[in-house]
Design a protein around this ligand. Structure first.
Ligand SMILES: Cc1cc2nc3c(=O)[nH]c(=O)nc-3n(C[C@H](O)[C@H](O)[C@H](O)COP(=O)(O)OP(=O)(O)OC[C@H]3O[C@@H](n4cnc5c(N)ncnc54)[C@H](O)[C@@H]3O)c2cc1C
Length: 380
């Protein structure tokens, strides 16, 4: 499979313009990395997965993985980029020709930001089918009422892909039916309010409240009641993209920690001569390498149209664990200096921890593997 060396080199070069100081300042002030997003847009990386007919570069998922891995390996954070890549996928796969023509070229040009994904709710959490936000048909519109939580970048996005209930849970034939997907234009949207949530890393995460928010019926994506299916179909891509970011994080930690271990002299010799320092780094390298192969396998299956649910889930789980292990080894290697913001280890350590929880937590992946791969009874 193509490992996209040219793309990697170009993205790595772009990232040199966004060094640790840049990300530290954004982290400190909880600022959206607008300059970085603009640079990615200018060079076409943010529209990598948008087909050429709609103004993007029409690249496959493995190229998007290469872009995100390099961003993270440089010490940056690709959250804004990965969101647009997979959120846009829902519109691309299930939107009508008119919706695609209206929105995708503007997203590709960077005139519209489509980086918000409103699925999770405070009361239902991982149990998406129990979400309570309703969309009730009212003439040519739907009226939305309810609340989302952890909706990242809602305040910096023009459009949101929103999942809401159009048929009450007790009236659906199948439990996976009754939810619908909408493309919500948040720019001039009476009844919508967005409240930032302070988190341990800079992720632009918010709670979003809907009080009779009007969405034109023309902005429903696909058939009414089939929204869960549409959202699920994008999850494999999302998991693979995030797994690639974790591989990038692992590379970042290992790169910084091994350089430090070679230079730092304690007891008259480099700390990297001690096996107590070497072995955790070597372990982390081996784990990250293995995870990278699983990510590549998931990507290959996805690109060839095979069912890739198990592989995408395993890739995300293993890569998130590998990046965490590499972060842990880096923390120990840098000792007290790991805690100093200027080394960027503590920031990346906080950032990479997210991926064992979101966009799906490790337990839910294990439950998926147990049921769908091993054939064990459904546990929830
Ligand atoms: C920074 C951040 C950004 C996010 N961005 C977005 C976003 O943009 N859009 C969006 O829609 N969501 C977003 N999320 C939400 C994220 O997808 C959820 O946090 C995640 O899916 C877990 O849901 P929860 O937090 O409600 O945990 P819960 O569902 O309450 O689970 C809590 C714990 O219990 C475990 N658990 C629950 N049920 C079971 C079970 N049956 N068996 C075993 N263990 C179980 C879980 O694995 C987890 O460890 C974000 C979250 C964070 C923290």
């Amino acid at each position: 499979m193509n490992d996209w060396p040219d793309i990697r080199a170009a993205v790595a070069k772009l990232c040199t313009g966004f060094p640790g100081e840049y990300w530290r300042a954004k982290d400190k002030n909880s600022d959206y990395p607008i300059e970085f997003v603009e640079a990615l847009t200018r060079e076409g990386w943010l529209s990598a997965l948008i087909p050429e007919d709609f103004g993007g570069s029409g690249l496959p998922l493995s190229a998007a993985c290469a872009i995100l891995e390099e961003i993270h390996a440089s010490g940056g954070n690709g959250a804004a980029a990965h969101a647009q890549m997979y959120v846009m996928g829902t519109l691309l796969r299930h939107g009508s020709p008119a919706q695609k023509a209206q929105y995708l070229p503007a997203v590709a040009r960077g005139e519209l930001r489509l980086q918000a994904f409103g699925v999770t709710e405070p009361t239902s959490g991982s149990d998406t089918l129990s979400l309570r936000t309703t969309a009730v048909r009212d003439g040519d519109n739907y009226l939305i009422n309810g609340q989302k939580i952890w909706t990242s970048r809602a305040a910096q996005s023009d459009l949101m892909v929103l999942l809401a209930r159009t048929t009450p849970k007790d009236q659906v034939a199948k439990r996976t039916e009754g939810l619908s997907v909408f493309l919500l234009d948040m720019r001039d949207c009476p009844g919508l309010s967005i409240q930032p949530i302070e988190t341990m890393m800079n992720h632009g995460t918010t709670a979003v409240f809907f009080d009779n928010v009007k969405i034109p019926a023309a902005n429903r994506i696909g058939e009414e009641g089939q929204g869960f299916r549409y959202i699920l179909s994008g999850m494999n891509a999302e998991r693979i993209l995030i797994a690639a970011e974790c591989i990038g994080d692992a590379r970042f930690f290992l790169d910084r920690a091994t350089s430090y271990a070679k230079e730092r002299q304690v007891f008259g010799r480099p700390i990297g001569r001690n096996q107590g320092i070497q072995f955790p780094l070597a372990q982390a390298h081996a784990r990250a390498h293995a995870a990278k192969l699983v990510v590549a396998d998931a990507c290959r299956r996805y690109e060839s149209g095979e069912v890739a649910g198990a592989e995408a889930n395993m890739a995300k789980m293993l890569a998130a664990e590998a990046s965490w292990q590499a972060g842990e080894a880096a923390m120990q290697t840098l000792g007290g200096f790991a805690f100093a913001a200027e080394y960027d280890i503590e920031r990346k350590f906080r950032e990479t921890r997210l991926y064992q929880v979101a966009p799906v937590s490790t337990n839910l992946i294990l439950a998926y593997i147990a049921e769908h791969v091993l054939g064990l009874p459904k546990g929830y």
